[in-house]
Design a protein around this ligand. Structure first.
Ligand code: ZN
Length: 234
C-alpha cells in the first residue's frame, strides 16, 4: 500500500493536475522542480503561487502537502542548445523533434527525483509525461518510464513506483481529470494560476489562461480547452 509521493511539479497545467491526483490518493505528498535557467523565470514563480492557492482553496488537501524541493540544474544550460534556455526561435529539427527538446532531460529529472524520494522516504514518483500529445519526446514515453522505474529501483535498492496519470490522455481529458479531482474550483485555479506559455507571456488573459496564444504550448492548451468546453456544453 503506497501512502507517500513525490510529484514533479513545474507549475503548469499537467503537473498541477498530477499534484491533485497525488493529493487525492496519498497521505504525504512532496513536490520537486528544477531550475535550469528557463528563459522565463515566471514558471518558477507560478508554481509557488499554485501551491499557495491549493493550500488555501483545498483545506482537506493542505495537511497532506509536505516539503517543496527546488534543485539547481544550471548545468543543463551548458550541455544543450535549446530554445528553452537560449534566446532562439522555436522550430522543428531534422530529427522530427522541436528544438525545445533537451536530450535526456527527463531521465536526469527522474534520477534526481528518485534520489530525493529515497532520502525523504517517498514511495511513488508522479510525473505528467504523456505520449498522446504533440511532442513525441522519447524520454516521455511509457517504455522509458517503465525502464526508469526498474533502473532506479535496482540502482537505489528501493522499490519506486513511477506513476503517469496523463500518459494516455489528451489535453481535453486532462482538463476533465482536473474537474473530477477538484471540481470547478480546481479547473479555475489551473486556468488562473498555472503557466504553460513558452514565451513567458502573462499579460494577455484568454478563457484558458495566460499566454501568447501562438507558441506550441499555448496552441496545445487552447485546443484542449476548446474541446473540453465543447464536450461539457449542455
Ligand atoms: Zn505561448
Amino acid at each position: 500500500m503506497h501512502t507517500t509521493a513525490l510529484v514533479l511539479f513545474s507549475g503548469g497545467q499537467d503537473s498541477t493536475t498530477c499534484l491533485a491526483h497525488a493529493l487525492a490518493r496519498y497521505e504525504r505528498v512532496e513536490t520537486i522542480a528544477f531550475d535550469y535557467r528557463q528563459r522565463h523565470h515566471i514558471e518558477l514563480l507560478a508554481r509557488l503561487e499554485v501551491l499557495t492557492q491549493i493550500r488555501q482553496q483545498f483545506p482537506h488537501w493542505a495537511p497532506r502537502m509536505g516539503q517543496d524541493h527546488l534543485l539547481d540544474l544550471a548545468v543543463l544550460g551548458s550541455v544543450s542548445e535549446t530554445s528553452l534556455t537560449r534566446d532562439t526561435a522555436f522550430k522543428m529539427e531534422q530529427s522530427g523533434l522541436p528544438n525545445t527538446f533537451v536530450p535526456g532531460r527527463n531521465l536526469l529529472f527522474l534520477t534526481l527525483a528518485a534520489a530525493v524520494a529515497y532520502r525523504r522516504d517517498l514511495q511513488v514518483i508522479v510525473t505528467g509525461v504523456c505520449e498522446t500529445d504533440f511532442s513525441g519526446y522519447p524520454d516521455c514515453r511509457d517504455d522509458t518510464m517503465k525502464a526508469m522505474q526498474l533502473a532506479l529501483s535496482l540502482g537505489m535498492d528501493k522499490r519506486f513506483l513511477i506513476e503517469t496519470p496523463l500518459m494516455w490522455i489528451d489535453k481535453a481529458a486532462t482538463w476533465r481529470l482536473a474537474h473530477e479531482l477538484g471540481g470547478r474550483a480546481l479547473v479555475d485555479l489551473i486556468v488562473e494560476h498555472t503557466h504553460t506559455c513558452y514565451l513567458g507571456e502573462r499579460a494577455v488573459r484568454h478563457d484558458w489562461g495566460y499566454g501568447c496564444g501562438h507558441c506550441p504550448a499555448c496552441e496545445l492548451r487552447e485546443r484542449g480547452w476548446q474541446r473540453y468546453v465543447d464536450a461539457s456544453a449542455p
